[in-house]
Design a binder for this molecule. Structure first.
Ligand code: CDP
Length: 212
């Protein structure tokens, strides 16, 4: 089983994806970490994130086994990750790893921006998770504070909106719902309710398949 979960920044996709993977015994890949790792490598080497040559080389050299998730989640890398993610050569370099990951038995949950549209268009279930920008900013603020990062809610909101715009407008694999994705609005849902809503959608899809 392959479950594709896409949506804008801080919409809750990652939490839902982790919980679904645990319940169904599937692998989980937070594909945002790949773009964050490329951004970190480019910044660490002293280059600008829109440097196509450097970003592409970093994407080709990436080793996801060596990821330090905590360092990659730092707000300082977040903006740059959406800049490298708009570079088609970077996306191309990261494609095989994601596709192979998706087909590892017994299956996987992948979350990102283009999973249902580009990486796994044949996924068994596709969710597109959304929430209002204000709710997403409030959640991200809590997340950053819990990790001990200083953060300002207004700046976080501005970052989310800027990234959503960049991610949606780029020509290479823009952020958008696949035509067959199920929309899940988590604006008024807590973590447990959002997870249950996702589970309900997946179980309904599976039950529908069995009946056919
Ligand atoms: O956690 P958050 O939703 O804020 O971001 P993320 O999922 O870690 O993704 C960081 C950035 O990577 C996004 O703003 C996108 O530009 C890019 N990304 C992408 O282009 N495609 C994906 N499949 C996943 C992330």
């Amino acid at each position: 089983m392959i479950i594709a979960i896409d949506g804008p920044a801080a919409s809750g996709k990652g939490t839902i994806a982790r919980q679904l993977a645990a319940v169904y015994g599937l692998h989980h890949l937070d594909t945002g970490l790949l773009y964050r790792a490329v951004a970190k490598a480019v910044l660490d080497a002293g280059y600008s994130p829109d440097n196509v040559e450097q970003a592409t080389a970093a994407a080709v050299a990436l080793d996801p086994k060596k990821f330090d998730d905590k360092a990659l989640k730092l707000q300082a890398i977040t903006e740059a990750s959406s800049v490298v993610a708009a570079i088609p050569q970077v996306r191309q370099a990261l494609m095989n790893y994601q596709r192979e990951f998706a087909t590892r038995p017994p299956g996987a949950v992948l979350d990102g921006r283009d999973i249902g549209t580009v990486i796994a268009p044949g996924a068994d279930v596709k969710l597109f998770v959304v929430a209002t920008p204000e709710v997403r900013a409030a959640r991200r603020l809590l997340e950053l504070k819990a990790r001990g990062e200083e953060a300002d809610e207004k700046e976080i909101l501005a970052d989310l909106l800027r990234r959503d715009e960049r991610d949606s407008r780029r020509t290479a694999a823009p952020l958008k719902a696949a035509p067959d994705a199920h929309l899940l609005d988590t604006t008024h849902l807590g973590i447990d309710a959002a997870f249950r809503a996702a589970l309900d959608i997946i179980e309904a899809v599976r039950a529908g398949r069995k009946r056919r």
